[in-house]
Design a protein around this ligand. Structure first.
Ligand SMILES: Cc1ncc(COP(=O)(O)O)c(C=O)c1O
Length: 398
């Protein structure tokens, strides 16, 4: 009795944090949260060593483009560092409206709304429109932000096999016929590099009057005319209700977008908590995205170079006999199948000056543990050759 008076029990939630197996493993093997000391394009300095960045999503390589950097600097001087407010209250600036209009025009939509993170844009593209009583049909490999949107919506969720229209057909046929439906997919799947089978998926959605939400974080800037994305690639603009995505990949900024008809965007502005109660994207980040969007339309060489690099890189990896999970895009996974194989491979690449990211189950399906790599338009021929040498070395460590 006397002891319990003096020894205070540790709080259960603090115990959870201190005992967590995954955190302990992460700290022990330190595969994540590396702080890069310096960067110039695809060359980085890490712990005093020069390395090639091979896991960034800077597909078009615009993060060091002089016009893009200058636009960010000028906006910083004009608007200050932050709007310190949400869009409905004190956070809206002319530069936000300009970017929204340009994004909408580029995507062939009436309207667009931008958020401070792609995560918020994609989450709200589901959570704002679906509600209890609706049925969401979701590809089982969609990004975590879409799952969070699904959970917040309180709708019933039915998963279908990854990029499998036949399975979607079966799952949708078994769903409550009177419940309003929403289809949730990605344009390009970020881990797998797969392009959505959009014509077949949209046809099924259409038969069931399903509202279609497509996260094109990895298709925007990469596919379609001038990088308009997956919907444009298939010429299916009338079949997809909402295109959402990130400004932090091809647009070399930070933030996200939701593009749709005007009434859909105005509904989002009324009902989405992430839109109403979160601070606006900073003007400098909005200006950076707008400058990148202009470069995408005036300098086609970046998209051309991206695809030339992708072909070269994929051919090199195939020549080394790697399983690339049938990636069709610059997001190229190297599937190694288990944590035990992924870790030494990743370490060997690091040793040879190539920076990549591991993705292990449950982040990827069991047996698909992989090294996630992504090519940029900024990689030089010489860098791709050096990556090839490092890959061959890492393969010997398996
Ligand atoms: C498919 C997909 N959607 C949304 C996001 C979120 O974007 P952001 O990093 O801009 O928040 C990501 C980022 O990893 C993504 O890969």
């Amino acid at each position: 009795m006397a002891i319990t008076l003096f020894v205070k029990n540790k709080k259960p939630i603090l115990n959870r944090c201190s005992d967590d197996y995954f955190t302990k493993m992460r700290l022990r093997y330190a595969p994540f949260y590396h702080a890069i000391d310096a960067q110039k394009g695809t060359t980085i300095q890490l712990d005093g060593k020069e390395m090639i960045m091979l896991s960034s999503n800077d597909y078009l390589g615009l993060s060091f483009h002089p016009k893009v950097i200058e636009a960010g600097r000028a906006a910083l001087m004009k608007w200050g560092t932050s709007t310190t407010g949400a869009r409905p209250s004190n956070g809206s600036r002319r530069c936000h409206l300009e970017l929204e209009q340009k994004m909408a025009d580029f995507l062939g939509r009436e309207a667009c709304h931008i958020h401070a993170a792609g995560y918020l844009s994609c989450l709200s593209s589901v959570a704002a429109f679906a509600q209890k009583g609706d049925t969401i049909l979701a590809d089982k490999n969609v990004h975590s932000c879409l799952w969070d949107g699904i959970r917040l919506s309180n709708a019933t969720v039915e998963r279908f096999s990854h990029n499998n229209p036949d399975d979607l057909r079966d799952v949708i046929a078994a769903a409550n016929p009177t419940s309003p439906k929403m289809l949730v997919i990605e344009g390009v799947y970020s881990m797998e590099g797969h392009i959505a089978k959009l014509p077949e998926l949209c046809e099924i959605a259409d038969e069931h009057s399903a509202f279609t939400v497509l996260d094109d974080a990895h298709g925007f800037g990469v596919l379609g005319r001038q990088g308009r994305g997956t919907v444009d690639h298939f010429n299916l603009n009338d079949s997809v209700d909402v295109i959402c995505g990130s400004l932090s990949k091809s647009l070399a900024s930070t933030g996200g977008f939701v593009a749709a008809s005007r009434e859909v965007i105005e509904y989002l502005r009324t009902h989405s908590k992430q839109t109403v109660f979160s601070a606006a994207i900073s003007p400098s980040q909005a200006a950076i995205a707008q400058a990148s969007l202009e470069v995408m339309q005036t300098e086609p060489q970046h998209l051309e170079r991206l695809w030339a690099n992708t072909r070269k890189y994929r051919a090199m990896l195939k020549g080394l006999g790697f399983d690339l999970w049938e990636s069709e895009t610059p997001a190229v996974p190297i599937v190694l199948g288990s944590k035990e194989r992924v870790y030494p491979f990743w370490k060997a690449l690091l040793e040879k000056g190539v920076f990549t990211v591991m993705a292990t189950s449950p982040a990827v399906p069991t047996g698909k543990d992989l090294i996630r790599t992504a090519v940029s338009a900024m990689h030089s021929d010489e860098q791709i050759e050096r990556i090839g040498v490092a890959m061959a070395y890492a393969a010997k460590k398996l």
